[in-house]
Design a binder for this molecule. Structure first.
Ligand code: SAH
Ligand code: F3S
Length: 473
C-alpha cells in the first residue's frame, strides 16, 4: 500500500493513519461510487473508521434527486457541525450529485464544508486533500467524457461479502424533464468490458456470489472502444461491427461466471430490447427481475416528461417480458403530481398499474429540481395535498398487487441466496429469490452464501416466509 504525506507521525514510535468515514445517500450508484472513493483514500494511507466521532475526514456522498434528499443531507451537515466544533481538525467533504449541483456555492452556504467533489473528479481527491490539509478550501466538479473508474478496484465498504455492485455505465443522456441526473452526472459513457470482467473475477476469488450490473440506464450500454454514447455515430466501421451492447455484455458475463447470480438495474423502457430478454432466458444465472420505471400511465405526461416511449409501447414491452420470461419479477418507479397532471392522467396511472400488476415499486411525489427543463418551463401546479393523496392511492394499489403476487408463491418452492440474518428474528435467515422478493426462513445449519430451495408457507406484502427443503449449492 502506498503511504504518503497524508499519514502523519503523531509520535516517534507509532504511525498514525488518518481515518475517514463516508456516508452515502440516494441511488445504488452513489453507494458503488463511495467504494471507489474508499479505494482512492486507502491507497494514500487513509483508514476506514466506522465511528464518525473518531474520524479525521467525514465525507457525505450526496443525492439531489428530490428536495427532501437534499434537506436530509443539510440536516446531517448541521449535526456534523457540532462534532467539528469539538474537534477542530476534522475535515468535511461533500461528494456526488449535490456537490455537482451546488459547486463552490456549497462552501458559502454550509460553512463547515472544506471539500466539494463532483462524481467524475474522485481521482483528484488526493490533491484536494493536500489543499485542505494546508488550510485551503478545495473544489473539483469537472464532468468528464471518459471517466468510468474502470481500473479502480472498489473497497467493498458495506458489503455482506455475498452481493456486490459492479458499475457498467456512468451518466445519462435521456434528459427526462424532471430529472437532475444528466446535470449532475454528465453524459453517458460505458465501461470497458475487460475491466468489468476482471472486477467480477476478483469478486469471485473473494467468495462473492451475486453481482448487480449498475447504471442509470444499463440497456443503453455500448462499448466501442471508449467515448460518449452520443459520439458512437462517428465511430469507425470496425468499431461499429465489433461493438458490445448490453445483451452481449450480459451474455458474456453470464457465460464467464456460470456460478454467479447476475442482476442489473436500471432499465429504461425505450432502450430495453428483446435481445436482452432472450439473453436472460438463455442463462439460468441471470435473475428474472426487471426494474422498469414508467413514471406515469398517461401519454400526455410521458410526453411532457420527455420520456421517449408511449404507454402502448411500454405495454408491448411488458407483454414481451411476460411471454419470454413468464416468471419475471417486474418493478417500477412512478411520480405523482408532475406539472399539469389531471385526475384523468392519474387514473391512467392506476389503470396501467392494474394492467401490469407490478411486484413492487418506488413511488414519489414530484419534486421540482432547479435547472431542469420542467422547472424552467412548467409550473409546479399540482397542490401538495393532491400530490400526497394521489401518492397514497398508488401506494395502496401497489400494496394490493404486491400482496397478491407474493401470495401466489405459497405452497411453491423458490431458490434463495442467503444474504444475512432476518431483521425480525435472530433465528431466521433472509435472502432474495430471483424475482427480488425477500424470503425469510429458519436458519437450521445453513449459512450466508448458500443457495437453498425454500418452500413458502406464508406471505406478507413485502416478504415470503418458509423453510428450506434442499441446499442447492
Ligand atoms: N435511471 C435512473 C433513475 C434515477 S432517478 C436509475 O438508475 O434508477 C430514480 C427515480 O427517481 C426515477 O425513476 C424517478 O421516478 C424518481 N425521480 C427522479 N427525479 C424526480 C423528481 N424531480 N421528483 C420526484 N421523483 C423523481
Ligand atoms: Fe433521470 Fe431519465 Fe436518466 S429519470 S437518470 S434522465 S433516464
Amino acid at each position: 500500500m502506498l503511504v504518503d504525506s497524508e499519514v502523519v507521525k503523531r509520535n516517534s514510535t507509532k504511525i498514525y493513519k488518518r481515518k475517514y468515514h463516508i456516508i452515502s445517500y440516494g441511488c445504488q450508484m452513489n453507494f458503488a461510487d463511495s467504494e471507489v472513493v474508499a479505494s482512492i483514500l486507502e491507497n494514500i494511507g487513509y483508514e476506514h473508521c466506522a465511528d464518525i466521532k473518531h474520524s479525521d475526514l467525514i465525507l457525505l456522498n450526496t443525492c439531489s434527486i428530490r428536495e427532501k434528499a437534499e434537506q436530509t443531507i443539510r440536516k446531517k451537515l448541521s449535526s456534523i457541525n457540532y462534532l467539528k466544533k469539538k474537534k477542530l481538525d476534522i475535515k468535511v467533504g461533500v461528494l456526488g450529485c449535490m456537490a455537482e449541483r451546488l459547486k463552490e456555492k456549497f462552501l458559502n452556504e454550509e460553512k463547515i464544508v472544506d471539500l466539494v467533489v463532483g462524481p467524475d473528479a474522485y481521482r483528484d481527491i488526493p490533491n484536494l486533500l493536500k489543499e485542505i490539509n494546508s488550510g485551503r478550501d478545495a473544489v473539483n466538479v469537472i464532468l468528464s467524457k471518459e471517466e468510468t473508474y474502470a481500473d479502480i478496484r472498489p473497497q467493498r465498504l458495506n458489503s455482506n461479502g455475498i452481493s456486490a455492485f459492479v458499475s457498467i455505465t456512468r451518466g445519462c443522456d435521456n434528459m427526462c424533464t424532471f430529472c437532475v441526473v444528466p446535470f449532475t452526472r454528465g453524459r453517458e459513457r460505458s465501461r470497458d468490458p475487460k475491466s468489468i470482467l476482471s472486477e467480477i473475477n476478483e469478486l469471485k476469488l473473494n467468495g462473492f456470489k451475486e453481482i448487480t450490473l449498475l447504471g442509470q440506464n444499463v440497456d443503453s450500454y455500448l462499448w466501442y472502444g471508449g467515448g460518449l454514447k452520443k459520439d458512437f455515430k462517428n465511430a469507425s466501421e470496425i468499431q461499429k461491427k465489433t461493438c458490445i451492447n448490453f445483451a452481449k455484455l450480459l451474455d458474456l458475463v453470464a457465460k464467464c461466471y456460470p456460478n454467479f447470480r447476475i442482476r442489473f438495474t436500471t432499465s429504461n423502457p425505450q432502450d430495453m430490447d428483446v435481445e436482452v430478454l432472450k439473453t436472460m432466458k438463455n442463462h439460468k444465472n441471470i435473475c428474472n427481475h426487471i426494474h422498469l420505471p414508467v413514471q406515469s400511465g398517461s401519454n400526455n405526461i410521458l410526453k411532457a416528461m420527455n420520456r421517449q416511449h408511449s404507454i402502448e409501447e411500454y405495454l408491448e414491452l411488458i407483454k414481451q417480458i411476460k411471454k419470454i420470461l413468464p416468471n419475471c419479477g417486474i418493478s417500477h418507479d412512478i411520480i405523482t403530481g408532475f406539472p399539469n397532471e389531471t385526475e384523468i392522467d392519474h387514473s391512467q396511472t392506476l389503470s396501467l398499474m392494474n394492467k401490469v400488476k407490478y411486484d413492487f415499486g418506488f413511488m414519489f411525489k414530484y419534486s421540482e429540481r432547479p435547472g431542469t427543463l420542467a422547472a424552467r418551463k412548467l409550473d409546479d401546479n399540482v397542490p401538495e395535498k393532491v400530490k400526497q393523496s394521489r401518492l397514497s392511492e398508488i401506494i395502496d394499489l401497489q400494496f394490493r398487487h404486491s400482496s397478491e403476487n407474493l401470495s401466489k408463491f405459497i405452497g411453491k418452492k423458490t431458490e434463495v441466496l442467503i444474504e444475512k440474518e432476518s431483521k425480525k428474528s435472530t433465528s431466521f435467515w433472509a435472502g432474495r429469490n430471483e424475482q427480488n422478493f425477500m424470503v425469510v426462513f429458519p436458519k437450521e445449519n445453513y449459512s450466508p452464501g448458500d443457495f437453498v430451495e425454500v418452500l413458502i408457507n406464508k406471505s406478507t406484502y413485502t416478504t415470503l416466509i418458509g423453510s428450506v427443503i434442499n441446499k442447492i449449492k
